[in-house]
Design a protein around this ligand. Structure first.
Ligand SMILES: Nc1ncnc2c1ncn2[C@@H]1O[C@H](COP(=O)(O)OP(=O)(O)OP(=O)(O)O)[C@@H](O)[C@H]1O
Ligand SMILES: [Mg+2]
Length: 383
């Protein structure tokens, strides 16, 4: 398992390893792991072999013992020859099935670890909940939410805010502050340790995750694409969408400029996880999915981070026509992206440090206005 993980990690991170000249030291570690697993496999094989061989040895001794005891009893006249042969036949008949049972036992022993791993997956607790959506509107509300990823360190410690329907709420704050975590909790990828998250008054934790996700269009920070055509990658947003609808969504997300240049247009295969596309192009496909799904709640996590200013402005214009009457939660590092939001929620140290309209927060001269000032300064830098 460790080795399989290591090899996969090595393949996935090869580009970064090479760029840091860390390939050799990484491979050394991987070889050490392979050696360890080899040694462990040999020890366990030898252990099983010793067990099987000694058990079949005892079995064989059993036949000899029967023959010996039988002949002694025969010579003493305790049993007759017929009885003697009957015992010998029974023992030799028993020998074969017992021998194969032993061999199977060895196989069962070596399968035990595999079964344990499969059980771990099978018995993993499932998120369950009501199939009925009882929400009234689509306001998303966090009430004193606490959360940690299970390593003891609390990422969110008492987060409370409301993202209203018909408004754009922007989450800002330092990297690692828990912004992505908040969007994951809102869509119930994880459940909070304490506190309540509601959408239109409906407790998210009491709702079936799949039903709940039907309300969300999400653009993640790390886009996942499939080794398929651009058309099918966008259609994931809504399975039954027609080709025309997919293309319409793609155009709104500014995909047309790069799709036009591809040999097969919308029907071009994009390679594993879209490896033949640039970061910004991948992001636009992901935004097109959200446009196509057209759900009442939209979560955008750094959705426009790898876009140039021109594309970002065009997408924001398309978004503003889409987000009418919807609940929009947007996470962005660029202050330019969030300056038109209706409400800013500043997250710092696991709780909400400031919230309000952008102009209010600028006047307050707190964290937000400091962030804006810093970004202005850095945008004027020249290298
Ligand atoms: N799957 C995970 N397992 C364990 N810890 C995690 C996981 N995801 C995030 N964290 C931790 O939770 C904290 C908050 O992460 P989060 O991704 O929510 O931050 P963020 O505000 O979105 O940061 P960024 O602006 O860099 O995207 C970080 O300290 C991070 O190390
Ligand atoms: Mg994040």
């Amino acid at each position: 398992m460790e080795v399989a993980d290591g090899i996969q990690e090595c393949i996935e991170t090869l580009r970064d390893l090479k760029s840091c000249n860390a390939e050799h030291s990484y491979l050394k570690g991987l070889f050490k792991k392979i050696d360890k697993v080899e040694r462990r496999a040999i020890i366990s094989e030898v252990g099983t072999a010793v067990f099987v061989v000694s058990a079949s040895f005892i079995l064989k001794i059993g036949i000899g013992t029967v023959a010996l005891t039988g002949s002694i009893l025969l010579t003493c006249g305790e049993i007759d020859i017929l009885m003697f042969f009957m015992y010998l036949i029974i023992v030799s008949r028993l020998y074969d099935p017992l021998q194969s049972a032993l061999q199977n036992l060895a196989a069962v022993i070596s399968l035990r670890t595999n079964v344990e791993r499969m059980d771990e997956i099978l018995f993993h607790p499932l998120q369950e909940g009501s199939q009925q959506l009882t929400n009234n509107g689509y306001d998303i509300s966090f009430e004193n939410v606490h959360f940690s990823y299970g390593n003891g360190e609390e990422v969110l410690s008492g987060v409370s805010f409301t993202a209203k329907q018909g408004e754009v709420t922007a989450l800002v704050g330092p990297s690692g502050g828990g912004k992505t975590t908040i969007s994951r909790l809102a869509a119930r990828f994880w459940d909070p340790d304490a506190g309540r998250i509601t959408i239109g008054g409906m407790d998210v934790v009491k709702t079936d995750p799949e039903k709940l996700l039907s309300l969300y269009s999400i653009v993640f920070q790390d886009v996942t694409l499939f080794d398929n055509t651009i058309m099918e990658n966008i259609r994931i947003g809504r399975r039954n969408a027609s080709d025309e609808e997919v293309i319409e969504a793609g155009k709104m997300a500014q995909c047309l400029p790069f799709v036009e240049k591809l040999a097969d247009g919308w029907y071009t295969m994009i390679g594993e996880n879209g490896c033949e596309l640039s970061g910004g192009e991948r992001q636009r496909i992901s935004i097109a999915r959200a446009f196509l799904k057209n759900s009442p709640v939209i979560l955008l996590d750094e959705a426009t981070a790898s876009l140039d200013a021109e594309n970002e402005t065009a997408i924001q214009r398309a978004l503003s026509s889409l987000i009418k009457d919807k609940t929009v939660l947007i996470i962005a590092h660029r202050m330019r992206t969030v300056e038109n939001a209706d409400k800013i929620v500043v997250l710092s140290g696991g709780h909400v440090a400031e919230e309000g309209r952008p102009d209010e927060l600028m006047e307050r001269r707190g964290i937000f206005s400091h962030m804006v000032a810093l970004q202005k300064e850095s945008s004027e830098w020249r290298i």
